[in-house]
Structure formats: structure tokens, C-alpha cells
Design a protein around this ligand. Structure first.
Ligand code: ZN
Length: 219
């Protein structure tokens, strides 16, 4: 794969800047889509980018330890309803407006994590962009607002308020508790045969310290 080592180096450098970046259970793979077999992926459709990994970390932090039992599985995050493709991400798709609210909360967690990792993203731009993505959620019409502009403003303001209320330390602590529970789960599983073996990309998982864990097919 061309540039494979370069892509891995970019991901590692970002993760190393997070205080939890070298957590023993923080495995990533730039070519995995979403979150699968407890591996954080960096792929969204054809695009491989570290911000997608930070979106998945945002979901883990947003759920936190309390939701680990009900939301973590080999298949990925368990959303309670079907998911649909939102721009470069798969996101939740229920009928109540709850999905959009959680997604916006996830963006608030993601932005804090990206800030800590040294991303030079401008807050307002990130919030406007993320709020606009919500127009593709199918619960969009359950969002308060008289028209498209009103709903977009509601989303933007909700995200801005969540971001302002959250503290980076709180987001990092929630992510750490998620990873602590992941570590316990992985010990029980002994990092065995991945459930998604047919997906070649999850046979390898990478760690920010340079460690690579490659699954051996059982004899
Ligand atoms: Zn999402």
C-alpha cells in the first residue's frame, strides 16, 4: 500500500499528543471504517483522514464508561437505530431528534480532543460545518426551527453551548474510562481472532507507541 508508513506516522503523531493517546487499549487502523473490533478507524468511504478517527474517539468519549456495556461490541458502536452515511461518516438515524442531538454532542467532544491534539481548526468554522452536516440526518425535521436556516442555527447553537460547557479534562477522562473498560474486555477476549476477519484491514491494529498487533489465522 503506497504511503502506508507515512499515513501511520501522521496518525501516531496526532494520538501521541493526547494524554490518553498511548493508552494500552487505544488501537487504531487508518484503513478501518468507523469503530470495529475495538479498533478506531480513520477511513470514511474512499477517504483516509485522522479527523475521522477523532470523530470515533468523540463517540467513545460521548458515550463514556456508563454506556460501555450497552454501546460497545465487536461490530462497533451499538446505535439503537439504523445508520446512514453522513458525508464522510456513518451516523445514527432514528426518528426523534435524539440522534442529531447526540451527534452534535459528539462533535463537541471531538473538537475538544482535536484541540488537545494540536489541530489548528477554527472553532466557528468547525461548528458551522458540523451543524450543516445535520441536514442529512433523517430526524432533521424533528429539530426545532421554523425553516432550514432556523434548524441549522439551532444545531450550531446547541453544539456551541455543549462545547463551551464541556471541559477538555472531562472529555479526556470519559475517553479514558471507555478505554479502561476496553482493556478489560480485550484481556477476556485475548485479542483473538477478530470478528471481522473477512475485512482484511482489521487483521492489524496499531498503537501510538509503534507496536503492531497482527492477528494470526488459527491453524
Ligand atoms: Zn457520528
Amino acid at each position: 500500500m503506497p504511503n502506508k508508513n507515512r499515513i501511520l506516522a501522521v496518525f501516531r503523531q496526532r494520538l501521541e499528543r493526547l494524554p490518553v493517546g498511548r493508552h494500552p487499549a487505544l488501537y487504531f487502523n487508518p484503513w478501518v471504517e468507523g469503530y470495529k473490533d475495538f479498533v478506531f478507524g480513520g477511513r470514511a468511504g474512499p477517504a483516509v483522514q485522522c479527523t475521522s478517527l477523532f470523530h470515533e474517539l468523540g463517540h467513545a468519549a460521548q458515550f463514556g464508561a456508563d454506556k460501555f456495556r450497552t454501546r460497545a461490541s465487536e461490530a462497533g458502536f451499538l446505535f439503537k437505530s439504523r445508520r446512514r452515511f453522513i458525508y464522510d461518516r456513518y451516523c445514527e438515524d432514528p426518528r426523534t431528534g435524539q440522534a442529531t442531538h447526540r451527534e452534535l454532542d459528539t462533535f463537541a467532544h471531538q473538537l475538544h480532543l482535536m484541540r488537545v491534539a494540536g489541530y489548528k481548526v477554527e472553532d466557528g468554522e468547525f461548528m458551522r460545518y458540523s451543524a450543516r452536516l445535520m441536514t442529512y440526518m433523517s430526524d432533521w425535521y424533528n429539530i426545532p426551527g421554523d425553516d432550514e436556516a432556523g434548524r441549522a442555527k439551532y444545531c450550531h447553537d446547541f453544539l456551541a453551548e455543549r462545547y463551551a460547557t464541556l471541559k477538555a479534562s472531562e472529555v479526556l477522562a470519559k475517553l479514558e474510562t471507555w478505554l479502561d473498560l476496553t482493556a478489560k474486555r480485550l484481556v477476556r477476549k485475548k485479542l483473538a481472532y477478530p470478528a471481522h476477519w473477512q475485512d482484511a484491514s482489521v487483521r492489524e491494529r496499531y498503537h501510538a507507541d509503534g507496536h503492531v498487533w497482527a492477528c494470526q489465522r488459527p491453524a
